[in-house]
Design a protein around this ligand. Sequence first.
Ligand SMILES: [Zn+2]
Length: 117
Amino acid sequence: MMLTQINNADQSIIITGHLVELNFSQRLTRALKKFLLLISITIAAVFIPVAHFVLVPVFLILSVYFFFKEFKIKQNLIITDSYNCLNCQSNLLIPKELDGNLRMNCKNCHQQYKLSL
Ligand SMILES: [Zn+2]
């Protein structure tokens, strides 16, 4: 696998790792765990006076949103080493879950990288 800078294709980082495919039931289980966590926060928010008029609808929408966001994740990326940004040398936080979007940014200097498999 390789991380290539978006606006400077000559510079790239070779990363070692492997992809783990998630099957339907694993994806559903992960999505339901996140959904149930947010629904429990929604239920807890019912008991907060006045603020519950805002908090309950917001957390209800967030629970549905994160259910589908989590369900879209089809692969886990397993990386054991850490890698540094080519621009600023800060540690790169490579996403461990891939939902088809193979791009990432350096959190420090916002350099964009494209992950190619
Ligand atoms: Zn950087």
